[in-house]
Design a binder for this molecule. Sequence first.
Ligand code: CU
Length: 158
Amino acid sequence: MGGHCGPRGPSHPSSLDGTARRKELSALMNRPVSLARSVALVLALTILMAACGSDGGGSDETVEPITVTDGDTVTIVSKGVAFDVAEIEAGVGDSITFVHDHQDGNLPHNIRINELDVQTDVVTGPTTQTLDVTFDEAGSYTFVCIVHPQMTGTIFVE
Ligand SMILES: [Cu+2]
């Protein structure tokens, strides 16, 4: 999120130096001002957006993985029969506390980590549960609600 385009600020397009600006101003006298201003604004925005794209930082839609280290707690919310976390990154040997923030009233959920064969009880919400886990081996671990297989995510341990 965020993803604003660096410290460009409210600057004017640099291609419009003093001479060009005066030329444009005199041209403005001969046509409806609102149209000319609209065209200039669209051009300026187009230039700014093109510059943003070339910075390579415009991936606002990508959900960033949550990175944790030894001793961390990570909260996974269950709401609307979905987890709010898709990817978690941890290191080999890290001990992590998973907090299951179960917000679906009257729906049964839990969190299970398949590869470690550990899970919380299946309960109806709203409630919270914790699951303490140590990742001794590198690899990909799947967390899932055993009632709803579509509620799933991955823990990458490197
Ligand atoms: Cu569930």
